[in-house]
Design a protein around this ligand. Sequence first.
Ligand code: HEC
Length: 490
Amino acid sequence: MNARHFTYWVTALLVIPFSLGAQSHDASVGNHKIHLYAAADFGINAEAVTFTKDIAPIFQRSCQDCHRVGGGAPMPLTTYEEVRRLAPRIKYRTAIRDRMGAMPPFFVEKDIGIHEFKNDPSLSDEELAKIQAWADNGAPEGDPADMPEQREFPESETWTIGEPDLVLSSREVTIPAIGPDWWGDIGLVPTGLTEDRYVKAVQVREVNDIPAEATSSTVGGRYMWHHMTYTSGALSEDETELVGRTTSWPIHEVGRNADIFPEKAGRILPANSALRLGAAHLHSNGRESKGYLEFGFKFFPEGYSPEYTRRGARLGNGIDIDVKPNQANQEFHSYAVLDEHTKIIAFEPHLHAPGVRMCIEAIWGHNQLTLNCVGYDHNWVKQYVYEDDAAPLLPKGTILHVIGFVDTTTDNQNIADARNWAGGGRRSVSNMFIDLGYSVELTEEQFQLEMAERRAKMKSRNEYDVGCPLCWAPVVPVTEEDASRPRGNR
Ligand code: HEC
C-alpha cells in the first residue's frame, strides 16, 4: 500500500481521534533491527542475482556520487574488484536503512508518512532484497557483458547548479595546523547588484590550498569550514552594516548540496546589497591551510517576483533541553500553531551528537497526522525537500508538532561520554533541537488552488493524502445557507 494514499478503511478511522504512533516507537540505537527481505517475495531467484546485471545499476544510481575516485566517500564502488570484498559490509550498511550508519545516508522511515522527496537516493525493498541475496550468495560477478557502462563524472570543481549568474567570494582566511575551533564573523561581501534580483539556486563551495592528493581519514581533513551561517540585505550608506530587512540563506555545511528554491518562492538579493558572513565555524585540520568560500547564485529572469511568501518561524526549542546521561528514547517536543495556510517545502531535523530521530506531525481538528519520521546521524546533516506535488498543504490553525529523540547510551557512537548530562548550546557535545526546514505561506486563493491541483491527481475519493487534511473537505461554503451551518455539517 502506498502510505501516502490510504485506502478507504483507513479513511474511516480518521473520524476518531488517533495518532499514527510516532511517539510509541522505540528509537534507541541498540534496539534498531536491520531491514531484511527475501528475494522470493519479489519473485526474484536469489541464486541468479549478479553484480553486473542487478547490483551495479543500483550502485551507479545511489552510491557513486560519493563512492568513486575523487568523491567524498573513503572507497570507490564502481568495479567488481572494488565491491566484492565489501559485500557483507554493504549488505549490513544498506539494511540499516533509516538510522545512523545507513547507506546511502538518507534516513526517511518508509513505513510512515510522505514518501516523495527530491533527489532521493534511497533503496527500495526490492533493491535491498537483491543486495542481500547477492551478498549471501558469495557476491557473484555474473556475465561481464551485462555490466552497464561506467558513469561519467564531471570534474569536482564544476557547479552543480550550472554556471552561476553571480559568484561572490569571502575574504581569505588562514587556520593553524592545530588549534581550537574558531567561531565568528568574517565580514561583509558586497553583491555589486544595481537592481533587485531573485535567486533560483545557490551553491557554496570552499576553495582551499589543501593538496588533492593529501590523504585524510576524515572528511573534515579536506576542509576548513565546518559551517557558515549567512544573511543578506541592503548595505548602509557607509557600507559597514546591513540595514532594513535581511534574508537568511541555507547554512553552508561541509558536504551539503546546492539549494534550489521553488519556482514560486525565489529569495531576494536587493540592489546595493551585501552578504553578511556572520557566523563562520572554522576547524583546524592538521595542516596550516588558507582558503575562502565562493557563493554561486543563479537568478530568476529580470522582472520575476515571487508569488509565495516564505515563512520564517522555525520549530524547536533550544533553551529547555535537558539531556540525561546514559539513557535511550529521551524525547523533546515543540509545538507551533500555523497562523496562515502553509506549504512545507523542506524538513530538516537538526539535533546534535545524541540525536537519533525526529518526527513532524500535523494536528488538525482531532486528527494527529505523522507527516514524516526520519532517523538522525550527526555525521550527516540532511535536508529533505518534498516533491512539489507531495509537500504538506496545511490549513491555518494546524498545530505543527516536532518530536526529537536522543540516545545517550554507549550504543550511540556519536556521543563523547555516556556519563555526561548536557543542556542546550552550540557545540556538538551540547544540544540543539530545531527543524531548520522552511515553508511558504499561501493566501486563501493559492491554498484552494494548490488543493485543487492535488485533488486532480488523486484517482478517487478513497485516496487520502496525509499531507493535505482538507483536500477532500468541501472547498468553500457554496451558498449563504451553507455558510450559516455549523462547520462540521457543510
Ligand atoms: C552522500 C555520500 C554517500 C553515498 C550516496 C553513499 N555513501 Fe557509503 N559512505 C560514505 C562515506 C562518507 C562513508 C564513510 C563514513 C561512514 O562510514 O559513515 C561511507 C561508508 C560506507 C561503507 C562502510 C565501509 C566500511 O569500512 O565498513 C559502506 C559499506 C558503504 N558506504 C556503502 C555504500 C553503498 C552500498 C551506497 C549506495 C547504496 C553508499 N554507500 C552511498 C558516503 C556515501
